[in-house]
Design a protein around this ligand. Structure first.
Ligand code: SME
Length: 155
């Protein structure tokens, strides 16, 4: 697999349609989880220039910071805490158009304005979350939900 991404300008859907097959190829044949999560966060950051994109992994009773792209972030999040801990608890994707309106949101950066968190499940158990932050309000929608949900199933 070539270690170069082909990135395009265009609609969000067009970007995901171009990027996701490349991500699939990038992680195929590599079974090291951390290597794959690191490349996925870098690919998403490169394609969309998200403010922050990364993973938190379930370890004992907390989410612990995993591979990410962006500014330094809180390292541990409790079950049911913040957007990430809530996505873990509910086992559901959480879309937050305005982080200031989400009770309990954990502000790792004051520049973060909207957020999407997707739980990653295996055998019905959440083993981590994909967390993406934007510095724009209301930056995530059903298109992100659809394509990112597909992506996390490959991990
Ligand atoms: N905002 C998240 C915390 C993680 S940072 O955004 C990287 C939350 O409320 O869980």
């Amino acid at each position: 697999m070539s270690e170069q991404l082909t990135l395009i300008t265009g609609s969000k859907t067009e970007k995901y349609e171009t990027l996701l097959p490349q991500i699939k190829a990038l992680i195929a044949g590599e079974d090291d989880l951390i290597a794959n999560l690191a490349n996925v966060s870098a690919a998403l950051k490169a394609a969309f220039d998200f403010f922050w994109v990364g993973f938190y992994l379930v370890k004992d009773k907390e989410l612990v910071l995993g591979p990410f792209q962006g500014s330094i972030a809180c390292t541990r999040i409790g079950y049911g805490r913040g957007v990430c801990g809530t996505a873990w608890q509910k086992g559901e994707v959480i879309l937050v158009p305005d982080v200031d309106a989400f009770a309990g949101h954990i502000a790792c950066s004051s520049q973060s304005r909207s957020e999407i968190v997707l739980p990653m499940l295996r055998n019905g158990q959440v083993w981590g979350v994909l967390d993406i932050d934007s510095d724009q309000l209301d930056d995530f929608d059903e298109v992100d939900h659809k394509y990112l949900s597909e992506l996390v199933q490959w991990l």
